[in-house]
Design a protein around this ligand. Structure first.
Ligand code: ZN
Length: 305
C-alpha cells in the first residue's frame, strides 16, 4: 500500500492538504465546495437585500399616504361643492398609496421568510459537492439506530419475565436511553406488543436503502465531474441548445427567442424554471433532467413539423 490519499468525494488522488469535516478532499472538489457555499450565501444576501429594499419602499409609501391623509382635517366629510370630484380622487389616491405600502410589506415579509428558510435549510441538496459526505454521516447514524432498535428489541423479548423496574434500569444502563423512554418501550401497544414496532424498523431500513442509492448516484456523478476537462458543455439541437453546467449542477435549455406559451407550459410541467441570469430554462442536472430535455426537444419538433 502506498500512502496516497484519495478524495472522500470523487475518489481521485487528493494531492492537496484540503479537508472537509476531517475527510481528505481533492483540489477540484474543494474548490467546488467553496463555490457552492458562496453561491448559497450570495442567494441569502440577495434575498435579505431585496426584503430591506421593499421594507424601505413600503415605509416611504406609508409615510406619503399618512401625510396626504393628515392634509384632510379629521372627520371632514367629502366636499359637496365643485371640489367634490377632486376630493374623491384625493381620498382614492390615499387609499391606493396605503394599499401599495401594505402589499410591499407583505412582499418583504415573504422574501424575508425565504431568506430565513434558506439560512435554516438543513436538507442536503444534490447541488452541494459535499452532499456525499453529509449523507454518509446521516447513513451511519441511521445504521446505528437500526442496530440499536434491533438489540433493544432482542433484550426486551429475552427479559420479558423480569420485573419492569429491573428491565428499565438495564435498558438505561446498556443503551443509554432515558428511563422515561425505556418505560415507554416497555408499555404494550394496543396489540400488546412491546419494544420498537415493526414499521419503525422497516421505515428506517427503507430510508437506509434510499440513502445508499442516492450516495451511489452522487459518487458516480462526482467521478464524472472531477474527471471532466470542461465543466460547461453545450450541445446544439436545431436552434435549441442543451447546456450542462457541472459546477452549478444545472441542465439548461436555451431557445433562440421566447418559446411559445405551449412550450413554456411544457417546460414548467417538466420542472424547468426560467433563469434570467443565464437566459435559459434550467433544472437540476440528473438523469430525470436528461429525459425531460429529450421530451421537450421532441415536443418542439412535433410542433414544428
Ligand atoms: Zn475529489
Amino acid at each position: 500500500m502506498s500512502d496516497v490519499t484519495l478524495c472522500a468525494i470523487c475518489g481521485q488522488v487528493a494531492d492537496c492538504a484540503a479537508e472537509y469535516r476531517g475527510e481528505p478532499v481533492c483540489q477540484s472538489c474543494n474548490s467546488r465546495i467553496l463555490a457552492y457555499v458562496n453561491r448559497v450565501e450570495a442567494r441569502i444576501d440577495r434575498l435579505q437585500n431585496r426584503a430591506e429594499r421593499l421594507n424601505k419602499e413600503a415605509d416611504a409609501d406609508h409615510d406619503r399616504a399618512h401625510n396626504m391623509a393628515t392634509a384632510i382635517p379629521w372627520g371632514q366629510p367629502i366636499a359637496s361643492n365643485y371640489r367634490r370630484q377632486a376630493d374623491i380622487n384625493y381620498r382614492e389616491r390615499i387609499h391606493k398609496t396605503y394599499e401599495r405600502a401594505f402589499q410591499k410589506y407583505k412582499a418583504a415579509a415573504e422574501v424575508n421568510r425565504r431568506a430565513e428558510a434558506a439560512e435554516k435549510n438543513r436538507a442536503i441538496s444534490s447541488d452541494d459537492p459535499a452532499a456525499i459526505l453529509k449523507l454518509e454521516e446521516k447513513l451511519r447514524l441511521l445504521e446505528q439506530t437500526q442496530t440499536l432498535m434491533r438489540d433493544m428489541n432482542k433484550y426486551i423479548r429475552k427479559n420479558a419475565k423480569k420485573p419492569q423496574q429491573e428491565q428499565i434500569q438495564v435498558l438505561v444502563d446498556t443503551f443509554g436511553i432515558s428511563s422515561k423512554r425505556a418505560a415507554e418501550l416497555l408499555t404494550p401497544d394496543y396489540l400488546k406488543r412491546v419494544g420498537f414496532a415493526d414499521y419503525e424498523l422497516t421505515n428506517n431500513n427503507a430510508e437506509i436503502r434510499r440513502l445508499k442509492a442516492r450516495i451511489a448516484d452522487l459518487k458516480e456523478r462526482a467521478k464524472i465531474v472531477s474527471a471532466a476537462t470542461e465543466t460547461v458543455t453545450e450541445e446544439a439541437h436545431g436552434d435549441i441548445t442543451i447546456e450542462r453546467d457541472l459546477d452549478e449542477n444545472r441542465l439548461r435549455l436555451k431557445f433562440p427567442g421566447k418559446p411559445s406559451k405551449e412550450v413554456i407550459a411544457r417546460l414548467k410541467s417538466e420542472g424547468f424554471r426560467w433563469s434570467p441570469s443565464n437566459m435559459a430554462w434550467q433544472r437540476q442536472l440528473n438523469n430525470s433532467a436528461e429525459w425531460a430535455a429529450k421530451r421537450i426537444l421532441q415536443f418542439v419538433q412535433d410542433k414544428n413539423s
